[in-house]
Design a protein around this ligand. Structure first.
Ligand code: MGD
Ligand code: MGD
Ligand code: SF4
Ligand code: MO
Length: 747
């Protein structure tokens, strides 16, 4: 007997609604849910392979505990006993910072990852927090923190209504979009063209997205901040600045004009490899469009001037009046956002409140750079304790962070490590305890993170499509128990974690004058929460306190969990709306266009105007059927064009004597790898491209299919020393490398 069940896809940021076919306890098919209020039936090959990924025989089914040097199957009780025994004595002896936490990408794709890690970090009180954000979007958080006073206030391009989209360092035809949640991003780009709008793509590679564009600018990697600064210069020079309705909310326009004066299109042309006429045209087109949105992603973040580039993306939106207006870039309003407070000055954004122990990197958003994790473990200093125990949750930094070999060794030297991960992979193989979450069909889903980044306000929730098997534990419970074990309350009822959060949140809400529950009794409110378990009650609480919520009766038509459950395909909450000045939390209460840390970093950018290193540089690339480091174990998602090859331009290939399909040795500051060359003119001359997330050839893993075609770890070419200084974000693109063809070698 087969049945269908709805499940939001957790495999990328597009958050498509899926209709799963379930036979017994097995998902046998997945298609797009045509009635989903947001995705309207869209599905990509990864979503369509949901069943295969869910049923991967290599997924761990029981906890593993290291005994006599070997990871062996164990009971949950034994596993959590080992966690408490491994972490507590170290924290008690060496203090909380000796316990490191690494949070990986899938945490933003699970209910558990949204609700529990913040509690863990707070309860443990450690400053040794490392996440995927510092190999990804931290520059955007920092620029938003500085501009708007809120690191999470990230404007999203209004894809469905804009007349002109300037897309920088993003390839949504493969990635399906990022920091811009839009199911069927490709279809939305085609619709933009169809309604007469224009698309410009800035990318050193002629990607599938670039092929769709009216204009493609093949910039030299790592120089976008220069190009954007020159475009800003042109807006001032040609009197194209028009803030419109933003005028009363922005300060610092005059100061900004002063600091970009010397970034002329002519002066950046050689560094960017973009002629001055093109830069001027880009600025004029942006200013002339009825509405326009500038949008930058990975290629603009994971570079030496990532924060400046991220800031300039918003500066261009602001100067052309496109921030916070339909068709421009707007701040979404998610159903689980906190009750909007009245507009007015806020506390501002602090950066560098503490520094990393070894290299003195400033914290950003409470995090230290993932690129510094290895040295924080393996290097002693007199400035505090190294990381001695490590908790990794949904993270594979051995492949995703710079210098995996060094990290590999560092992890091996830890006193204790616990990984919450469904796979025994390059990172979790070092753990003393592995706690496997159930597959996605057994987990509930709500997009706490991505609804705050979506091109349309909407809310959806799916309960587990298949019940948990006996002996398995929900990831929410795993993380709740982990919190208790790591913080000295081992063995307490995991429901206590949710009860504590609910008590604290409601206690705070009733004291806030702007809250719909101001002055009410928190105990009474808690008693009204519905849901089958703690996580559901927390979701109910957030929905009811949120901007569309029922305010626990104050707004009877508002959202509750029960109302959401009655709409299995989701509830549409309308297009993005102008919200300024409410989201601003700067001390001035305005958009602070030229924040001091940004101004202080501009001389470094000015210096880059004159730099044009000879030699090849490396950039990354993503493939539609892949996702970071953990989807190479599913046969349906591997093979074909999804391969770990080095793309290089025919001119470079000819010059260096590299033949298509033959092995080349690639050398970088952190090490070398040998990969097959793929000669293609989709990369510009001077640039080579390797995808990340490969290198599945280490012993002690259980990734049978992935090990058959392991690829190489591109991040081994990095030594972890190249960072964007303001955000601590790793430089992963525009990295200098050298190439040697290996004429005799076999692959
Ligand atoms: N050179 C280079 N390096 C890069 C990038 C690049 O573009 N170039 N991109 C960077 C970016 S943007 C990111 S976000 C990072 C990603 O790097 P990571 O944050 O390390 O994420 P993944 O590689 O996706 O590994 C995710 C881990 O989570 C596990 N997992 C999967 N599902 C679940 C689940 O439901 N629960 C739990 N607990 N675990 C789960 C997987 O088994 C895997 O071990 O990589 C970065 N590294
Ligand atoms: N299929 C698939 N989808 C994914 C992922 C995946 O691994 N696979 N990962 C997910 C994650 S974690 C993220 S963060 C998002 C990322 O989403 P995107 O940002 O869209 O990621 P990419 O496809 O890597 O596109 C980045 C583009 O930047 C270009 N680039 C490199 N250097 C520069 C530069 O200096 N300047 C400019 N202008 N461009 C440059 C690259 O050539 C590449 O085409 O994708 C998510 N979706
Ligand atoms: S686009 Fe992303 S969310 Fe949609 S089906 Fe594909 S992997 Fe899933
Ligand atoms: Mo990412």
């Amino acid at each position: 007997m087969s049945r269908t069940a709805l499940r939001i896809c957790p495999l990328c940021e597009a958050t498509c609604g899926l209709t799963l076919t379930v036979e017994g306890t097995r998902v046998t098919a997945a298609r797009g849910d045509r009635d989903d209020v947001f995705s309207r039936g869209f599905v990509c090959p990864k979503g369509a392979s949901f069943g295969a990924l869910d049923a991967d025989p290599d997924r761990l089914r029981t906890p593993l505990v290291r005994r006599d040097g070997e990871l062996r199957e164990a009971t949950w009780e034994e596993a959590f006993d080992a966690v408490a025994a491994g972490i507590r004595p170290v924290v008690e002896r060496h203090g909380p910072h000796a316990a490191g936490i690494v949070l990986g990408n899938p945490n933003v794709h699970t209910v558990a990852g949204a609700l529990y890690p913040p509690v863990l970090v707070g309860a443990l009180g450690t400053r040794s927090l490392f996440t995927a954000s510092t190999v990804d979007q931290m520059p955007k958080h920092v620029s938003s923190g500085l501009l708007y006073g809120d690191a999470n206030a990230i404007p999203v391009p209004d894809l469905d209504r804009t007349d002109h989209l300037l897309l920088i360092g993003a390839n949504p035809l493969e990635s399906n979009g990022s920091l811009c949640t839009a199911p069927d991003f490709p279809g939305r780009l085609k619709a933009l063209r169809a309604r007469g709008g224009t698309l410009t793509v800035i990318d050193p590679r002629r990607t599938r997205t670039a092929k769709l564009a009216d204009r493609h600018v093949a910039i030299r990697p790592g120089t976008d901040a220069l190009l954007l600064a020159a475009m800003t210069h042109v807006l001032f020079e040609e009197d194209l600045v028009a803030l419109g309705a933003l005028e009363p909310h922005v300060e610092g326009v005059g100061e900004l004009a002063g600091v970009v004066r010397d970034f002329t299109p002519e002066s950046v042309a050689a560094a960017c490899d973009v002629d001055a006429a093109t830069t001027r045209a880009l600025a004029r087109e942006l200013a002339a469009a009825p509405t326009a949105a500038v949008y930058g992603r990975i290629g603009s973040c994971t570079v030496p001037h990532g924060t400046l580039a991220s800031w300039l993306v918003d500066v261009l939106n602001i100067l052309t009046g496109n921030l916070d207006r339909p068709g421009g870039a707007l701040f979404p309003q998610a159903a689980t956002d906190r009750t909007p407070r009245p507009a007015g000055p806020g506390r501002g954004f602090a950066l560098g409140r503490w520094h990393s122990r070894v290299s003195g990197h400033p914290e950003a958003k409470g995090e230290l750079p993932l690129a510094a994790l290895a040295e924080e473990i393996d290097t002693a200093t007199d400035r505090g304790e190294p990381v001695r125990v490590l908790i990794t949750i949904a993270a594979n930094p051995v492949l995703s962070a710079p210098d995996g070999d060094r990290l590999d060794k560092a992890l091996e030297s830890l006193d204790f490590m616990v990984s919450v991960d469904p796979y025994l992979n390059e990172t979790s193989r070092h753990a003393h305890v592995v706690l496997p979450p159930p597959p996605p069909s057994r987990s509930p889903h709500h997009d706490f993170a991505f609804n705050t980044l979506a091109v349309r306000n909407q809310v959806r929730y799916t309960r587990p499509a298949v019940p948990l098997e006996p002996g398995r534990m929900a990831e929410t419970e795993i993380l709740a128990r982990l919190i208790l074990a790591a913080t000295g309350s081992h063995g307490a009822d995991p429901a206590a974690v949710d009860a504590m959060v609910i008590e604290q949140t409601l206690g705070k809400a009733v004291r806030e004058p702007h809250s719909p529950v101001h002055g009410r009794d928190p105990g009474d409110l808690a008693a009204r929460l519905t849901g089958v378990d703690g996580p559901e009650r927390r979701l109910d609480m957030m929905l009811r306190l949120g901007p569309y919520g029922d305010g626990f009766g104050a707004r009877p038509d508002g959202l509750t969990l029960q109302r959401l459950l009655a709409h299995p395909h989701g509830i549409d909450l309308g297009p993005l709306r102008p919200r300024l000045p409410q989201p601003l939390k700067t001390r001035s209460g305005k958009v602070e266009l030229l924040p001091a840390p940004i101004a202080a970093d501009l001389p470094r950018l000015r210096h880059a105007m004159t730099e044009r290193p000879a030699g090849l540089v490396l950039v990354g690339r993503r493939h539609l059927r892949s996702n970071n480091s953990w989807m190479h174990n599913v046969p349906a998602l591997t093979g074909g064009s999804n391969r770990c090859t080095l793309h290089l331009h025919p001119d470079d290939a000819a010059r260096l004597g590299v033949r298509d399909g033959r092995p080349v040795r690639v050398k970088g500051a952190g090490g070398e790898v040998t990969v097959p060359a793929e000669v293609t003119d989709t990369v510009r001359p001077g640039v080579v491209s390797l995808p990340h997330g490969w290198g599945h050839d280490r012993p002690g893993t259980r990734l049978t299919h992935a090990a058959g075609d392991p690829g190489v770890n591109v991040n081994q070419l990095l030594d972890g020393s190249l960072l964007d200084p303001l955000s601590g974000n790793a430089v992963l693109n525009g990295v200098p490398i050298t190439l040697t063809p290996l004429t005799d070698a076999k692959l």
